[in-house]
Ligand binder design. Structure first.
Ligand SMILES: *Cc1c(COP(=O)(O)O)cnc(C)c1O
Ligand code: SF4
Length: 323
């Protein structure tokens, strides 16, 4: 099959394996129909995987395994207690001064380790009435100075809706900062519009885009190009990663990621210890290993390229440093 004949987004395991020239026999434990959280991989992301490599670090992030169905002690459906922090539907207030606004349940890419994989997104749909309630609540609480647009993925909203939302937030006088957390720049770089960067840089609110890349291979030339456009527009660019066994749990890989991020105009921000979400135990890296890895990274990179190794504990007022 010609590569361009492949689906725009892979939702069937066989199609993805075909695209990558992988034989099912090269992979064990595959789950072709994972309940509740299916395969979802944009072709633009799959194109950055190494064909024929069953251990490819990008593939491992999205490959559904039957292991995910196992019950493991300590791995639960809402490990970060999002449900308890819900102040209005889709509005989470967990951290001082900051509100998380979940503007859509959809994601461009399904990451198997995701801490929100069991989140009841269907209840958090971006209906106009719900959004009104959330905006009213944000305006009512003068302690809130920053809104983090999250999801799902806020950059999957269409441009007009996103623009409306930014306008509404700009009208709340107590807000000074706006943050977008998105995997779209990495998952589907062509969806990242330079107009949005210009819109944000012209905003009264100081804007930051926090991307999510776990491996240097995610940041190919197409991704780097759009990030440079955003950097040129004056939007602060940061990255968060999750430390994942079989993906980025070696110092060389973390160092390459930091260096590649900087080349693309992005500073490493967080390296998250895995949240113990049900179905993700096979990605777990021990704290001892995580700290050792960070020691090596710190010994080899300038301080500004060393991410903060953190863990989220339910009920905490901030991420907790591990090292
Ligand atoms: C931790 C966290 C934030 C905010 O973290 P900062 O420490 O303010 O950067 C926002 N969204 C999610 C999903 C988080 O886990
Ligand atoms: S893009 Fe983010 S929210 Fe969506 S599945 Fe991946 S980690 Fe989860």
């Amino acid at each position: 099959m010609n590569r361009t004949d492949h689906p725009h987004t892979f939702t069937q395991l066989n199609d993805l394996l075909d695209f990558l020239d992988l034989d099912r026999a090269q992979l064990t434990d595959l789950d072709p129909a994972p309940p509740g959280f299916g395969l979802r991989v944009p072709r633009a992301f799959a194109e950055r995987m190494q064909r024929g490599d069953p251990a490819d670090p990008l593939l491992r992030q999205v490959l559904p395994l039957t292991l995910e169905r196992q019950t493991v002690d300590g791995y639960i459906t809402d490990p970060v207690a999002d449900a308890a922090a819900e102040r209005a539907p889709g509005l989470l207030v967990k951290y001082a001064g900051r509100a998380l606004l979940l503007v859509t349940g959809a994601c461009a890419l399904h990451c198997r380790y995701c801490f929100r994989r069991h989140f009841p997104y269907q209840d958090f749909g971006p209906s106009p009435a719900r959004l009104e309630r959330a905006l009213t609540e944000i305006a009512r609480d003068s302690q809130l100075t920053e809104v983090v647009l999250s999801g799902g993925d806020p950059l999957l909203l269409d441009a007009a809706r996103l623009n409306d939302l930014i306008e509404r937030l700009e009208q709340i006088p107590t807000l000074t900062r706006l943050r977008l957390h998105s995997r779209v720049p990495v998952a589907i770089p062509s969806r990242l519009s330079p107009h949005l960067a210009e819109r944000l840089s012209a905003s009264r609110l100081q804007s930051t885009l926090v991307i999510h890349a776990n491996h240097a291979h995610e940041l190919d030339a197409s991704v780097c190009r759009v990030l440079h456009d955003w950097q040129a527009a004056g939007v602060m660019l940061l990255n968060q990663s999750v430390l994942l066994r079989g993906v980025n749990d070696c110092a060389d890989s973390l160092i390459a990621l930091s260096e590649r991020l900087f080349t693309c105009g992005v500073l490493p921000y967080y390296l998250h210890a895995l949240d113990p979400v049900a179905g993700s135990a096979h990605f777990q890296v021990s704290d001892a290993t995580a700290k050792l890895l960070l020691e090596t990274v710190r010994a080899r990179l300038p301080g500004y390229l060393v991410p903060r190794l953190v863990r989220e504990l339910p009920g905490d007022y901030a991420k907790r440093p591990l090292d």
